[in-house]
Design a protein. Structure first.
Length: 307
């Protein structure tokens, strides 16, 4: 396709990413989860080294962080945890690892801000915190798939285009975050994960497992192994051969998302009464990226599954 064709009315709302933006996004993808999360401490805290009393020969290390409070997004209860003497080799290694993670996250956050500044979408703060908590707990490494609006926001990077801000959402009545997990047994840890963000999260009864905070934030967890055959087929189709993407929050959160063409085919059936304008922008992006044939294949595959 010639460059001038990208500026015809058909693609007026969809633009290709520049080579520099491609490189930035690819770098985040390549780094993955390496040195992104500390296994014990939240990275928004800090490690302090100080003497216990004046004249004491030894320095001691403490982690200082914040515990989540119910119903709050930006505030928490401050606490400190003693790590040991700073001259202990194990403690020194622990401090060095934490500082290395903080440095990597700061560098990645600069890249994320550059991509957002170039027009790529970001989640709202609460959705970003939820996705990061799920990633920290290893759910995406363990084959969980981010779906819904939060996944759609990543498709610009996956397709190499800059999508316009949606004039309506794909699922205006859906939760901020929705994930599909391989089997129901993995649901048992979800509430504990969400409590690290906001202890007010509680389970709401329903077919799909729904979690809601006191402020109304919702997370829905679905499984392809649900009892309903048609729903199971749809869900299984959606998460099959999931691809890697980055949620542009904080240091850039690595996640798995449905193949974009599979998501569009799924949405056109599952949400047939509420197809958003943004869906048409995605279809234009497939054409721009030379992937329109893949959409036809995804639709045909899904139709055969539902016969």
């Amino acid at each position: 396709m010639q460059i001038e064709n990208l500026h015809t009315p058909k693609f007026a709302m969809v633009r290709p990413l520049s080579l520099a933006q491609h490189a930035l996004y690819a770098d985040l993808l390549e780094q993955g989860n390496d040195a992104l999360f500390d296994p014990e401490f939240s990275e928004n805290g800090s490690i302090l080294v100080r003497g216990n009393r004046p004249g004491a020969p030894a320095l001691h290390a403490y982690y200082q962080g914040y515990r989540a409070r119910a119903g709050t997004v930006d505030q928490g209860q401050r606490f400190a945890r003693y790590l040991g003497r700073a001259d202990d080799p194990a403690v020194a290694a622990r401090i060095a690892r934490f500082q290395r993670i903080k440095a990597v996250r700061a560098e990645r956050a600069t890249t994320v801000r550059a991509l957002i500044g170039a027009g790529m979408p970001k989640p709202d703060r609460m959705a970003g915190r939820i996705v990061e908590a799920l990633a920290r707990a290893g759910l995406f490494s363990d084959h969980a798939v981010l779906i819904g609006d939060a996944a759609v926001q990543t498709y610009g990077g996956v397709l190499g285009v800059r999508l316009p801000k949606p004039r309506t959402t794909f699922q205006s009545d859906r939760p901020a975050v929705e994930i599909a997990i391989p089997d129901r047994s993995q649901r048992s840890s979800i509430l504990d994960i969400l409590h690290t963000i906001d202890p007010s999260f509680a389970i709401v009864t329903g077919v799909a497992k729904t979690y809601r905070s006191a402020e109304g934030s919702e997370v829905i967890v679905t499984s392809p192994d649900c009892a309903d055959e048609a729903t199971s087929a749809l869900s299984g189709f959606l998460v099959t051969r999931a691809v890697q993407a980055i949620v542009l929050y904080g240091p850039g959160i690595p996640v798995s998302v449905p193949v974009p063409e599979r998501y569009v085919a799924y949405a056109q059936i599952a949400y047939r009464t509420a197809i958003a304008t943004g869906l048409h922008d995605l279809i234009d992006a497939f054409t721009l990226a030379g992937r329109e044939g893949r959409l036809a294949e995804a639709r045909a595959e899904l139709r055969s599954l539902l016969r």
